[in-house]
Unconditional design. Structure first.
Length: 272
């Protein structure tokens, strides 16, 4: 039997030179894998919840949108295919995580964890199709517009002692320390964050961009990538049942929209 019965992503093709990627928004776990998960992991608590709803303005701006369908517990689309650590010496989770963000086991027993053959099967069924589509769309955008932008959208609980001390800033921008996009684009986006009263932000702090940002961001080839890791406290309930909070989200959404608009202005000027 195949490892999964569902496609790895759903995709909306836009008209602007920008792709929004949401690699951790998926919640689906195939039944054969779900049966082996711990009780806590079955709630898929480490999901980047509700990002499609939070970024629902992106379609009207003309952005293409690529959204994962499967939970990161099946396979993490923002990790290298060989599972190499993105943050050597720091706590992180792997290509097929065996621990949750709270350092509890994803699986009921160690015997339930995937072996190398199963990891390879998950990689072929879920990881490769997502990345093939991502690469294909960036190539199309660059061919059509002369430039392509990639916004890798993420969210995370604001307090996670396993990974960082205290509370994260609300908005965590990552450009692999300036390597994945033109500095003028970064400045345009973070200028919006600077003006967002009541919200904190940092550039290349605890999160400097994952595999997607680092791998696809090639400003020398007119492909500019930035990751935004948002605190979930800015728009949702961070604990079960992980509800979207419209009144809270209404505070941050206009700033997000202005950031995307600032990125688009840069991209269009770069293509001119």
């Amino acid at each position: 039997m195949p490892i999964t019965d569902r496609p790895a992503f759903h995709f909306h093709r836009g008209s602007a030179p920008l792709l929004l990627s949401m690699p951790h928004a998926g919640t689906y776990v195939p039944p054969a894998i779900a049966a082996r998960l711990s009780d806590d992991a079955r709630h898929v608590p480490d999901t980047d919840w509700h990002l499609e709803r939070l970024y629902d303005f992106a379609r009207e701006l003309g952005a293409s949108i690529l959204v994962a369908t499967h939970s990161r517990y099946v396979i993490d689309l923002n990790r290298p295919p060989d599972g190499a650590s993105l943050y050597p010496g720091q706590a992180t989770t792997g290509l097929c995580p065996t621990n949750t963000f709270d350092a509890t086991s994803v699986y009921r027993t160690q015997a339930d964890e995937p072996d190398d053959a199963e990891i390879a099967e998950r990689r072929e069924a879920v990881w490769r199709p997502y990345h093939a589509k991502l690469e294909e769309e960036l190539k199309r955008l660059r061919a059509e517009h002369g430039v392509a932008g990639l916004w890798d959208a993420h969210s995370i609980r604001s307090v996670l002692p396993q990974f960082f001390e205290g509370k994260l800033p609300d908005l965590n921008f990552g450009t692999n320390k300036g390597a994945t996009c033109d500095g003028a684009m970064t400045q345009a986006v973070t200028a919006v964050a600077e003006q967002a009263a009541g919200y904190t932000w940092v550039l290349n702090g605890r999160y400097t961009g994952g595999y997607i940002t680092r791998h696809y961001g090639r400003p020398q080839d007119n492909v500019h990538a930035i990751q935004l890791e948002m605190c979930q406290s800015t728009y949702m309930q961070e604990t079960l049942p992980f509800d979207y909070l419209p009144d809270v989200a209404a505070g941050i959404q206009p700033h997000l929209k202005r950031m995307i608009e600032a990125m688009l202005r840069f991209l269009r000027s770069a293509a001119a």
